[in-house]
Design a protein around this ligand. Sequence first.
Ligand code: DX5
Length: 218
Amino acid sequence: MVIIEPSILSADFAHLGEAAKEAEAAGVKAIQIDVMDGRFVPNINFGPGVVASLRPLVKITLDVHLMIVEPERSLTMFTEAGADRIIVHQEACINVHRALESIRELGIEAGVTINPGTPLSTIEEVLDLADLVQIMTVNPGFGGQKFIHSQIDKIRRLRQMLDERNSRALIAVDGGIDTETAPLVVNAGATVLVAGSSIYNSSGTVAQNVNALFKSIR
Ligand code: DX5
């Protein structure tokens, strides 16, 4: 079963509460909250306060994607704010094994993600600690970027690695996911489609855009 996970990075920041409620009303099970520190990625936005503000408004999973250096230092803060899952970048952790263990010790789901230039081998030893593995199909920092097709093979290889381990970890794909690219990544083994600009835009409502994405992968 494929899950569509809207990324609120592409929503109107003046109305994030409505954006989250609109996603829940459209029937999605999770939204992704992109946290950026201006160092690991060029952009800056969202802190634990945004998670805390959204928490009481929706029941769906708040999936916090930390695009920050040393995310280990912020795990408790985002968990206390209401995160149901925290995704850390392997490249940003001093010790990604310990980071994932720490997230699970906090009682929430652990996710790990790698950028387009980072090999799968860098997370091979921690797959057993991940409830979700996210393949970035853009270089992180901004919504609306072009999908990087070379990552499709990486998704396929990750699917094989997880199947060999009988892992139940979800494979999320994040960046440039729309009705053209969604079928490509689902065929390669992705089960969670993180989508920002194809969901939050002026050409349709969140529900219409979510339905269009589902239709594209039938
Ligand atoms: C990029 C973020 C993505 C982004 C996706 O740095 O991590 O989640 O919001 O946006 P689109 O779907 O517009 O590429």
